[in-house]
Design a protein around this ligand. Structure first.
Ligand SMILES: Nc1ncnc2c1ncn2[C@@H]1O[C@H](COP(=O)(O)OP(=O)(O)O)[C@@H](O)[C@H]1O
Ligand SMILES: CC(=O)N[C@@H](CCC(=O)OP(=O)(O)O)C(=O)O
Length: 301
């Protein structure tokens, strides 16, 4: 016996109004690539994860090419704590030794990646989870970081261990998937030229993917409304020069540093629109792309 699926419960007038409102925006992004970075802090609850998966599924149905890149910093922290491994940070990057990178790969490529894939399946989409290692998609070089001591202002170079910076991006697999009904969900774990596994900041990874795919939009879903000024007010538009000054004077700190630096690089690589927005707002992706209610911080040249 066949099962009949009805749409009872949806108001046809409201649905028609919603489609009419969203249609011009949908056409604007038709066949375009939108890279969405889903931060570990934005994965706050099951409901948010579900709303995110629904948005991504709808983008694909609407003829857009969504590519998901996810983080998982807090989830890695929780697993490291359970295992009794301490973590240190430098300029928003985790200093990653060998035992830490093993946990990073386990959490990012394992539990988080598969959970997002499964949630998209439940939302009616089809997703495939990959890391930078799969298909040799992203290779990295070892990253060192310049850190300025806030008290003495002395600069020092910190070796971050197994932390990688994207060097090459092969887009063939993503191009094949773009032509299919399958949505790629990418975890920022990569191989280095030395054959070792590297932990890559998810923002940096998303920027490299968006640049290589010449994405139309790069959205960062995080746990704050966007970039905040000294008085914690949302900055709606931020130029590259203003962003650099805010990093230099410490207004932008921690995990916001790699995010903003990635935005700047993505603009340099030709990504048209780069937005940092509040992933705690349900359906933040649809609101940003398909309505005039786009919130968050738009980075501009
Ligand atoms: N100027 C700023 N505006 C907004 N957030 C900032 C700023 N400076 C530092 N942050 C911090 O950056 C965090 C977002 O980065 P991160 O924790 O890495 O999130 P995600 O997991 O989404 O990548 C915010 O929760 C906030 O604590
Ligand atoms: C090098 C580095 O810092 N890697 C990150 C990778 C995960 C990530 O970036 O997660 P969010 O997007 O949730 O912050 C880490 O180890 O936490």
């Amino acid at each position: 016996m066949t099962e009949t699926v009805t749409t009872s419960g949806t108001d046809p007038v409201l649905t028609a109004q919603l489609i009419a409102t969203a249609l011009p925006y949908m056409l604007r992004y038709d066949e375009k690539t939108v890279v969405v970075k889903f931060g570990g802090n934005a994965m706050g609850s099951e409901e948010l994860g579900k709303a995110f998966a629904e948005d991504i599924t709808l983008l694909k149905l609407a003829g857009i090419n969504p590519v998901v890149v996810h983080g998982g910093g807090p989830q890695i922290n929780a697993m490291l704590t359970r295992l009794g491994i301490k973590s240190e940070w430098a300029a928003g990057m985790r200093i990653t030794d060998k035992p830490t990178v093993e946990v990073v790969e386990m959490v990012l490529a394992g539990s988080i990646n598969k959970e997002i894939v499964q949630t998209i399946t439940e939302a009616g989409g089809r997703a495939i989870g990959l890391t930078g290692k799969d298909g040799n998609m992203v290779t990295v070089t070892r990253l060192t970081r310049k850190v300025v001591d806030p008290d003495s202002h002395i600069e020092r170079i910190v070796d971050l261990g197994f932390v990688g910076e994207p060097k090459t991006v092969r887009t063939e697999v993503l191009e094949v998937l773009a032509k299919s009904e399958i949505i790629p969900v990418l975890a920022p774990v990569c191989a280095g030229e030395d054959g070792e596994t590297y932990n890559v900041n998810a923002d940096t990874f998303a920027g490299a993917i968006a640049g290589a795919l010449h994405a139309s939009r790069l959205l960062f879903l995080t746990d704050v409304p966007g970039v905040l000024d000294k008085d914690k007010r949302l900055i709606k538009e931020l130029t590259v020069a203003e962003a650099r000054a805010m990093i230099a004077d410490g207004t932008i700190s921690g995990g916001m540093i790699p995010k903003v630096e990635t935005c700047i690089e993505a603009l340099d690589r030709g990504v048209e629109g780069v937005v940092i927005l509040d992933g705690k707002t349900p359906h933040a992706v649809l609101l940003e792309l398909f309505t005039e209610h786009g919130a968050g911080t738009l980075l501009k040249r």
